[in-house]
Design a binder for this molecule. Structure first.
Ligand code: NG1
Ligand code: ZN
Length: 529
């Protein structure tokens, strides 16, 4: 009988007949005008998921780094992680059911997963600053309330803030206070304590320029500024809701174009960073004294963080298994440096944070970053407990101090998902503690020149890949063509894969010079047609 109420309230959110969408690597993503029914239905699905897991489930309305006109939605599972893979199919089925099929599809999910509809449920909703996000999140709420569920609308939040809140709510505050205020307090406390452990602390605040991509990250950073006063001084650019979100700015623009964003006048040698549209990615960059642009992407970030953690682990003498997880997009130089110089095992996962996150969970300390700047560090319970123990009973002051630093890193990093604000604070603390400028950090290893391009084809699904997307198995002959092309360049590597978030095929190439990387990428594009 409750399903009749669902059908009644579905009418204002009716699905355009024939529209088919897929729950991809980052949930549903397309032009905002196609998404009203999807939002309503994801409200329904979040209630079912909440009943099934007996936990609070999150719904985030955002299309991250995609253009302002786009929007999207993803569900957040109980520990702040991405929605379980088995449920992605439910999401797709529900989004694609025609109005007259909705009741049947819902009933099937309830039956298939033996969901007790009497179980209480609670859904937490968040959204980014896109003009379409407010009304789309109202559609989510309509879906949630049509199944009589409780909910809380957190309004404007970054994606990682919502993940943090979900984790806090489901651990009875064990991960922190389940509020935005609690998030600022937890992070700023850990940051200040870390920075205070540096020998030269107490002087001028650390200075950093931030490109907020005209999005939610800028808004939230402004809110957080007062918590960081006297320790970190932030000059914020592209922080206006009047500027167009992600347009010629933001982390994705800087990473893909390999140039500085519009809207900031870069001064030589000063450090800059860019967030993406929902503040779960960050990249750093600077212009050298000759005004040459240098990018420090997710690979450089992973290297900085894992070197720092490895050094501390040696000091505390804990035998914890640490590894770094990357994707095929990781620069070859970074992988070599991590394996050969830092001597930490490196694994390659498929593109998409859930794959990296999953792999990183296999270790006591799993550092994962996509080259585009999305990443975090996961600490196992065992690692957290052993480190905590040493802060109390460490044999020497040196051991205690190193253990305290590790504990602060644990508190500063958002373990639920990549988080631009949290990652930025971790990076700034490490640079400060190690006395490194952005140039010195950049000099740790030199990136191989690389190029990322996209090709539009009739059907991107004709391309199938294996070996964590580094090889194609379909269409026949494509891999052989790529191999032939790669052989004609020095230090070269190239691969293609269908995007999970856009209707394109992505092409990546690296080689000894920028000209060669560009030429190889172009030739591979032609091979894809
Ligand atoms: P696709 O469109 O599947 O390449 C992009 C990013 C992913 C991930 C997702 C979700 C690249 C090459 N790909 O996926 O890493 O961040 O978006 O936002 O950057
Ligand atoms: Zn994002």
């Amino acid at each position: 009988m409750y399903l009749e109420a669902v059908l009644r309230s579905s009418a204002p959110h009716a699905k355009p007949t024939g529209l088919i969408l897929q729950y991809g690597t980052a949930g549903f993503r397309t032009k905002a005008e196609y998404l009203d029914h999807v939002m309503y239905r994801m409200g329904l699905l979040a209630v079912l998921r909440s009943k099934k897991t007996k936990s609070v489930i999150g719904v985030m309305v955002t299309a991250s780094h995609n253009p302002e006109e786009d929007n999207g939605v993803k569900l957040v599972d109980p520990m702040g992680e991405m929605l379980a893979q088995e449920w992605e199919v439910y999401a797709t089925n529900l989004a694609n059911a025609e109005e007259h099929e909705l009741q049947l599809v819902l009933t099937n999910i309830i039956k298939q997963d033996s969901i007790n509809m009497q179980q209480e449920s609670f859904v937490a909703i968040g959204r980014d600053t896109r003009p379409s996000s407010e009304s789309l999140s109202c559609a989510v709420i309509d879906g949630v309330t049509s199944l009589d569920s409780k909910f809380h609308d957190y309004g404007l939040v970054t994606t990682p803030q919502l993940h943090y809140i979900i984790c806090c709510r489901n651990t009875d505050g064990g991960y922190g206070e389940p509020t935005i205020e609690g998030y600022y307090q937890k992070l700023s406390k850990a940051f200040k304590e870390l920075v205070q452990q540096a020998p030269g602390c107490g002087g001028e605040p650390i200075c950093l320029n931030v490109d907020g991509a005209n999005g939610i990250g800028a808004l939230k950073l402004k809110e957080m500024e007062s918590y960081l006063q006297s320790v970190l001084s932030i000059q914020l650019f592209n922080d206006s809701s009047k500027g167009k979100l992600n347009y010629m700015c933001g982390a994705d623009y800087v990473k893909v174009q390999q140039k500085s964003p519009e809207g900031l006048d870069m001064k030589p040698a000063e450090p800059y960073c860019s967030f993406d549209g929902d503040a779960d990615r960050i990249v750093y960059y600077y212009n050298d004294v000759n005004n040459v642009f240098h990018l420090l992407d997710g690979d450089k970030i992973a290297t900085l963080i894992s070197t720092f953690i490895k050094e501390l682990l040696l000091k505390v003498n804990l035998n914890l298994k640490m590894a770094v997880v990357q994707t095929a997009y990781a620069n070859g130089s970074s992988t070599r440096y991590l394996e050969e110089v830092i001597k930490v095992p490196v694994y390659c996962a498929k593109t998409g944070v859930k794959h990296l996150h999953h792999k990183a969970q296999e270790f006591d300390i799993g550092v994962y970053f996509e080259a585009n700047g999305h990443g975090t560090v996961l600490f196992s319970k065992k690692a957290e407990e052993q480190i905590k123990q040493l802060t109390q009973t460490g044999a020497t002051e040196k051991i205690k101090k190193a253990a305290e630093m590790l504990e602060n890193v644990i508190n500063l990093i958002n373990q639920t998902v990549g988080d631009a604000i949290s990652d930025m604070l971790v990076i700034e603390a490490i640079l400060f503690l190690k006395g490194l400028t952005i140039q010195k950090w950049d000099e740790i290893y030199t990136d191989l020149p690389n190029r990322q391009l996209k090709v539009t084809v009739a059907d991107r699904k004709v391309i199938e890949t294996t070996d964590a997307e580094r090889q194609t198995i379909k269409p026949p002959g494509l891999q052989e063509k790529i191999d032939e092309l790669v052989k004609t360049y020095s230090m070269a590597r190239a691969f293609v894969r269908p995007s999970g978030t856009e209707d394109v095929v992505r092409v990546y190439a690296e080689a000894d010079t920028q000209e060669n990387a560009d030429a190889l990428a172009h030739k591979v594009c032609l091979a894809v047609f």
